[in-house]
Write a protein that binds this ligand. Structure first.
Ligand code: HEC
Length: 115
């Protein structure tokens, strides 16, 4: 009997601990982008959106929008829209789905900081 109530209490503590963890994650919802952290991630984008600092690449293959200097919120929204399928373009959908919210924020911070 005694052991059982001790166990129950332990579970309650554990459950509180878990819900604390998810509350902390929710607070992170407004993720801050870090342009430095994006430097290791842009290699995925450079082939199509231009070499670091360049604005266009391979316009002769197909039109790729210029994202350097674009507004950060616009970039995050565009990536989220590709990830959810609200906006469709095969290659961008595949890439956006592979990005975490933090990746999107970092890439947006990086590209918006380019002139
Ligand atoms: C395979 C080529 C390719 C790669 C790789 C690629 N993109 Fe794109 N991206 C495109 C094309 C083409 C479009 C335009 C699609 C459309 O018309 O919706 C686009 C559109 C976008 C847009 C929307 C731009 C606008 O003006 O609305 C953003 C933002 C973007 N890409 C970000 C990225 C990021 C960040 C990466 C790297 C993680 C990346 N892309 C990798 C080809 C690519």
């Amino acid at each position: 009997m005694k052991l059982r109530s001790t166990l129950n209490r332990a579970c309650a503590v554990l459950a509180v601990g878990l819900s604390c963890a998810s509350a902390a994650q929710a607070e992170d919802a407004a993720i801050k982008g870090d342009p430095q952290a994006a430097r290791s991630k842009v290699s995925m984008c450079i082939g199509c959106h231009g070499i670091q600092g360049y604005k266009a690449s391979f316009p002769e293959v197909y039109h790729v929008p210029k994202i350097a200097g674009q507004n950060a919120e616009y970039i995050v929204t565009a990536l989220q829209d590709y990830a959810t399928g609200a906006r469709t373009f095969p290659s961008m959908e595949a890439i956006a789905q592979s990005l975490s919210p933090q990746d999107m924020a970092d890439l947006a911070a990086y590209y918006s900081s380019l002139k």
